[in-house]
Structure formats: structure tokens, C-alpha cells
Design a protein around this ligand. Structure first.
Ligand code: URA
Length: 438
């Protein structure tokens, strides 16, 4: 088999066989095939796409490049949720404790911020002492004890994705639905789950800006998971404005604590309840979405979800006191309000700009090696549809560096569109549901 023949065949729109895809992926993971050949093949895939058989072979080869965790000794279904990434997208921190408090297991392997989007691991690390780098043995111990574990990708699971993802990031080959599907699904299936709920974001703060592209990606992922025997549902959800009000890391953890206290923003609470409901349904804990939602509401109202979060934080080395005293979370030295230049209605926020502004403040990474500042962030006061007067605060920025603030400020201001007439009523938060029991 010659690598160049396989690159040429894909370049010309042909199809590769399963053994040819295995040869490429395993060869690259074992350092036999060089970066330049893999890059050429990835670009050919980005331009030409893949057949369903090729996508299945790619996902399975990446999945089997490492360990597939086995939690069959744990006495209840294992369920997870994966989001394709957004701004203020913090639902994982609520879902894991709620669903574990409801009796299912949640083996959550998450990522760091990517581009303008935030990452669950960065948010968790803003809790003093919280360790996201557990060994597989410790991860399983935490899960067995409290029903959920939240860690980063280990060297043992889906190593092919780790290498290929890093190469895609620097070769303009991230934005292929086939490559995104294989990347996400290989990592998630390595967690040893029975069922997966996908939160596929669409809108200005998502990677898939158009609903059509989001639906296409969702269908690919649902089909890929189902083919491997998993129960799969994808929700296409709005990301045209930040989810909730907090964008950052420590402030997002505080907002999740608010939700578990029965407070917090309506949109965030709603999405958390809907996603929990689907996790309970796919995990066969309930018979309907309505029942799942009610269970999630009860677990929050009774304080059981919050107790579970406290236990999870403690077992992973963090300080559980943050739940009762969120002021123990890192705080920025300065705050400033960004005010509206005009009176009228907020008609839209260019959500990606708000995410990028948070990165510029230090809440994300401009370069891979950058350290994240957990304390900085943006608290959004005005959202699309809200009335605003000139001089009234649109948001409050928490910052530690004046220079960073000056880079972020214009992006925040330009992200807001103010008009004299209100916008048409907002699109629903959940646009479409695809997959099992939808
Ligand atoms: N997230 C992933 O894990 N992989 C991708 O390719 C894109 C987003």
C-alpha cells in the first residue's frame, strides 16, 4: 500500500477501503507516516468529504487507537453529553452532578477552550485544587464513589485523535464535518458510555454558524454512534448569544452554583433541564422527557444535585466550600462597565466576538502554551430583545490587565447591535431534536 496512492485517490473523489484507512491512521499514530502526507490526506477529505463507510472506518480506527474504558462493573447505565462548543456554554458543570444524583453514571472526558469557545476543563480548574488530570484508575474510583467524574483526555484514550487534532489545528483542516464527527465520537465512545446526548450549537457563537450545517453534523454523529450500538440523541441549540450571563471561567462556575441553588439565568436553567431530561431518558432512568425534566427539577430543588457537586469537587481534590462561598473562586482585581452608546433595543450580539473578547482578556488561549486567567471574564447584562438607554451598562468586564482590557473592549462594543425598533421574537433555544426517541 502506498500513502501517495491513497492521497491521490481521495483527492480525485474516490473511496478508500477500511484497511486503507487503518493503514493511514495507525501509520500516522505510530510515527511511520509523516505530518506532510497526513496533512495532504486530511485536506483531500476536507474538500471531497467521505462516504458513510469511510467515516465509520475512520471513527472506529481512531477509537481503537487507544483504550476503550470498561465500566460494566458499575450497576447503572453510563451517559454523557457533548457540546460542539459555544460562549458561556457551561451546562456540563450542572449536568454531571444532577444526572449522577439521579442514579446514572457520568464518565465525562472534556476539552479545553478551543478558538473563541470556552472549555469545561478550564472552568473546573478555576475551582481551587480541582484536579482534571486523574489517572484512569482514579477516574473510575471517583465515578464509582459519586457517580460522576470530570477529567481531560488521557494519553490512553483515542491517541490518534490527539495527534490528528493538533495537525488539523495548524493545517486549516478543522472545519470538516466528517473529521469533526470522527474526532468527537472517537473520544466520547472511548469513555465507555451506553448513551450520548449531543448539544450541537448553531449561530454566531458556534463553529457551525448555519442551522443546515449543524443538522448535517448532528446526523453524522448520531448515525456513527448508533452504528456502534449506542443510544444517541442530538439537540440543535441556539448559540447566537452567550448562554446565561457569565462568560469566563470562575464566573461561569459561580453561575452554575446559582442554577443548583434554584437561581441563575432562565436560558441556562432551561437548557440544563432539557439536556438532563434527555440524559435520563437515554439512560433509561425515566420513560419520557417530561419525567426526566421533573426529576432534574426535583434533584435541584432538594439540594441533592448541589450535594453531589460538593462531593465530586472534594473527590477530585477541589475545595467544596466554593459552593457556599463562591467568593472563594478567583476574583479579578478590576471591574469596568461597558455602556451602551445609544438608546434603543439590543437586536443582536455577535456572539463569537464576545467569546474572542474573553480570550483576549486572558480567559482563553491566544497561543497553545498560554496560561488561562480563571478570574477574568464578562458578565452580560443586556441580551437581544432588551431595551437599553444610552450610558446604561451592556456588560461588566472583570480584568487583570489594562492592556488586555483595551484589546477586548472594541470587540465587545462592536458585538452589540442597537436599533430603534425591537428585533423579531427570538428563535427557540432548542431548534431541532434528532436521533433516538426524538
Ligand atoms: N471538538 C473536537 O473534539 N474535535 C473537533 O474536531 C472539533 C471540535
Amino acid at each position: 500500500m502506498h500513502v501517495t496512492d491513497l492521497i491521490r485517490r481521495k483527492r480525485d473523489g474516490g473511496e478508500l477501503q477500511r484497511n486503507e484507512i487503518e493503514f493511514l491512521i495507525n501509520g500516522y499514530t505510530r510515527d511511520v507516516i509523516p505530518d506532510y502526507q497526513m496533512s495532504a490526506w486530511l485536506m483531500a477529505v476536507l474538500i471531497r468529504g467521505m462516504s458513510r463507510a469511510e467515516l465509520a472506518a475512520l471513527t472506529e480506527t481512531m477509537l481503537n487507537s487507544g483504550k476503550v474504558l470498561d465500566h460494566s462493573d458499575l450497576p447503572a447505565p453510563k451517559v454523557d453529553k457533548h457540546s460542539t462548543g459555544g460562549v458561556g456554554d457551561k451546562t456540563s458543570l450542572v449536568l454531571a452532578p444532577v444526572v449522577a444524583a439521579g442514579g446514572l453514571y457520568v464518565p465525562m472526558i472534556s476539552g479545553r477552550g478551543l478558538g473563541h469557545t470556552g472549555g469545561t476543563l478550564d472552568k473546573l480548574e478555576s475551582i481551587p485544587g480541582f484536579n482534571v488530570n486523574l489517572s484512569v484508575t482514579d477516574f473510575r474510583r471517583v465515578m464509582a464513589q459519586c457517580g460522576a467524574g470530570m477529567i481531560g483526555q488521557t494519553a490512553e484514550t483515542a491517541p490518534a485523535d490527539k495527534r490528528i487534532y493538533a495537525l488539523r489545528d495548524v493545517t486549516g483542516t478543522v472545519e470538516s464535518p466528517y473529521l469533526i464527527c470522527a474526532s468527537i465520537m472517537s473520544k466520547k465512545l472511548a469513555e465507555g458510555i451506553d448513551a450520548l446526548v449531543l448539544d450541537v450549537k448553531t449561530g454566531s457563537g458556534a463553529f457551525m454558524k448555519s442551522e443546515k450545517d449543524a443538522i448535517f453534523l448532528a446526523e453524522l454523529m448520531v448515525e456513527t454512534g448508533q452504528r456502534l450500538g449506542k443510544r444517541m440523541t442530538a439537540l440543535i441549540t441556539d448559540m447566537s448569544q452567550p448562554l446565561g450571563r457569565a462568560v469566563g471561567n470562575a464566573n461561569e462556575v459561580a453561575e452554575c452554583i446559582d442554577i443548583m441553588n434554584g437561581k441563575g439565568p432562565d436560558d441556562l436553567r432551561e437548557l440544563c433541564l432539557v439536556l438532563c431530561a434527555w440524559m435520563f431518558l437515554l439512560g433509561k432512568r425515566v420513560k419520557s422527557v417530561e419525567e426526566g425534566r421533573k426529576l432534574a427539577e426535583d434533584l435541584i430543588a432538594s439540594g441533592k444535585a448541589q450535594d453531589k457537586f460538593r462531593e465530586l469537587i472534594r473527590l477530585q481534590g477541589g475545595n467544596p466550600e466554593v459552593i457556599d462561598k463562591p467568593e472563594l473562586l478567583p476574583q479579578a482585581r478590576h471591574q469596568v462597565e461597558i455602556v451602551s452608546p445609544a438608546s434603543g433595543y439590543v437586536t443582536s450580539t455577535m456572539c463569537e466576538d464576545i467569546g474572542t473578547a474573553c480570550v483576549l482578556l486572558g480567559g482563553g488561549r491566544e497561543k497553545k502554551e498560554d496560561a488561562v486567567d480563571p478570574a477574568v471574564g464578562i458578565m452580560v447584562h443586556k441580551k437581544p430583545g432588551d431595551k437599553v438607554s444610552a450610558g446604561e451598562p451592556l456588560c461588566t468586564v472583570a480584568y487583570n490587565s489594562q492592556e488586555r482590557l483595551e484589546r477586548a473592549r472594541p470587540l465587545i462594543l462592536q458585538s452589540y447591535k442597537i436599533d430603534s425598533v425591537p428585533p423579531p421574537s427570538a428563535e427557540p433555544l432548542v431548534r431541532k431534536i434528532i436521533g433516538d426517541m426524538a
